[in-house]
Design a protein around this ligand. Structure first.
Ligand code: HEC
Ligand code: HEC
Ligand code: HEC
Ligand code: HEC
Length: 339
């Protein structure tokens, strides 16, 4: 009998130690994000932030090109996107994209090195479209990417396939028997912060415009009112937004009224444009490439790998901590000829 109390204490201590190891120790940084008293505060662990910042290694920009007035199209045979650049700028860009996308594989990742004009590798066809896509992001979506802009490195980080991409989820992790239909949820998916919300928050939201709504504006359903499924999917998507940017909900919302734009922070407007930009990127640029990619580069349903918020952000509220790589490649990767 009198062994029970000491045993219970011992067990409690043993169980608490591993739990306490998970805690983050103070001090934390906190930054007010909205009105006074609304609890809209971003809390960051400065030690984690410092590690994140230190882990970013950006390839050094090449010296500015010495423009000589010869257009690349006058020298090279098969240019469909970059012909208007000066030859020196063109060559500099080829070296830069090699650093950004295929530093280990080199020029040969996209080219037959015997004949650089040939389009025999699918990677070159993809890269040509990616050049147009990058220009379009920097030119048409400045309401999201601002002056910071993007280069190939923002998504690729020195790898042919970006680390964070998504594809349609086939639901292959279905249980058998009575639990056979999970209705797209209850699997604790990493995409939604290991909650049991719908495990695919992307399809229907990041490839087309979904109903990102929770609150019905009218008392009775009228065909445009969100259902419980829309509500769950909205929360699932919001989990992705938060984890992709490494922020909490109050970075964008006043939690006493999530839907109200007047009480939200300016970041929510930027995020709204971001959602539209991601849809455009996936619809206009990624999906039409589906027949160009080989099977091993596609998702389990045979669709192309697509972009979400984490593709660029990788856990930071500004990709690469806000470092402006585009400014060294403005002529090559912005304004001119985006289509
Ligand atoms: C990530 C893919 C990729 C890599 C890596 C790459 N290139 Fe290219 N390269 C392209 C694309 C795409 C074009 C066509 C651009 C266009 O259509 O305007 C091209 C075109 C060229 C051309 C013009 C050929 C012609 O006559 O039409 C040359 C020269 C060239 N690249 C050199 C290089 C060199 C040198 C390297 C390595 C330092 C390199 N490229 C690395 C994608 C790549
Ligand atoms: C918004 C994010 C984003 C940007 C910016 C971006 N890419 Fe990509 N890229 C992707 C995604 C997503 C894929 C698909 C990966 C797959 O299915 O293999 C991809 C695939 C590729 C591939 C095929 C790689 C392979 O092995 O299959 C090449 C080559 C490529 N990109 C080149 C570029 C170049 C060059 C640039 C800059 C001009 C660029 N990308 C900019 C997201 C991006
Ligand atoms: C990076 C900014 C951002 C973060 C972080 C964020 N949201 Fe959102 N949220 C938005 C945007 C933008 C919309 C509106 C989307 C639209 O209308 O297309 C939205 C919409 C919503 C809605 C729907 C409101 C309505 O009109 O019915 C709810 C509820 C919501 N968010 C909750 C959350 C929760 C909970 C979190 C934290 C887990 C969160 N959000 C994190 C930007 C954000
Ligand atoms: C193509 C790359 C790319 C993608 C994809 C992307 N963003 Fe961004 N985002 C950026 C860049 C670049 C900035 C920095 C702009 C600046 O300097 O003001 C940014 C800034 C932001 C900011 C403002 C942060 C701040 O500190 O003010 C928010 C919020 C944001 N993005 C949300 C999102 C959301 C939500 C998604 C997914 C729906 C998304 N982004 C997808 C490139 C991207």
């Amino acid at each position: 009998m009198n062994i029970i109390i000491p045993a219970a204490v011992a067990i409690t201590v043993l169980v608490s130690i591993p739990m306490m190891l998970q805690w983050e120790r103070p001090p934390m940084d906190s930054k007010q994000q909205g009105y006074r008293g609304t609890g809209m505060v971003q809390i960051d662990n400065p030690r984690i932030k410092a590690k994140q910042a230190a882990s970013i290694e950006i390839p050094e920009a090449y010296d500015p090109a010495e423009v000589e007035g010869t257009k690349a199209s006058e020298v090279y045979e098969n240019l469909k996107v970059l012909g208007d650049l000066d030859q020196a700028e063109f060559d500099r860009l080829m070296f830069a994209i090699t650093d950004w996308v295929s530093p280990d594989e080199g020029c040969g990742y996209c080219h037959n090195e015997e004949n650089l004009a040939e389009d025999s590798k699918y990677t070159k066809i993809v890269a040509r479209r990616m050049l147009q896509m990058t220009k379009a992001i920097n030119t048409n979506w400045s309401n999201h990417v601002a002056e910071t802009g993007v280069t190939c490195y923002t998504c690729h980080r020195g790898k042919p396939v970006p680390q964070n991409v998504w594809a349609l989820d086939p639901g292959s992790r279905q249980a058998g028997g009575m639990a056979a239909s999970r209705a797209g949820q209850n699997l604790g998916a990493p995409a939604v912060g290991l909650t049991s919300l719908p495990y695919d928050p992307f399809a229907g939201n990041l490839d087309k415009k979904g109903l990102i709504r929770v609150t019905a504006p009218t008392a009775l359903p009228n065909g445009h009112t969100p259902h419980i499924k829309d509500t769950e999917k909205t929360y699932a998507l919001m989990m992705h937004l938060s984890t992709a940017l490494g922020v909490n909900c109050t970075f964008c919302h006043n939690s006493r009224h999530f839907a109200n734009w007047e009480q939200s922070s300016p970041a929510r407007v930027t995020a709204y444009h971001g959602l539209a930009m991601v849809r455009d990127v996936n619809k206009t640029y990624m999906e039409p490439l589906v027949d160009v990619f080989p099977p091993e580069r596609k998702g389990p349903q045979g669709d192309v790998l697509k972009v979400n918020c984490a593709t660029c952000h990788e856990g930071q509220s500004k990709p690469l901590g806000g470092i402006q790589m585009l400014k060294d490649y403005l002529t090559e990767l912005s304004a001119a000829k985006a289509d």
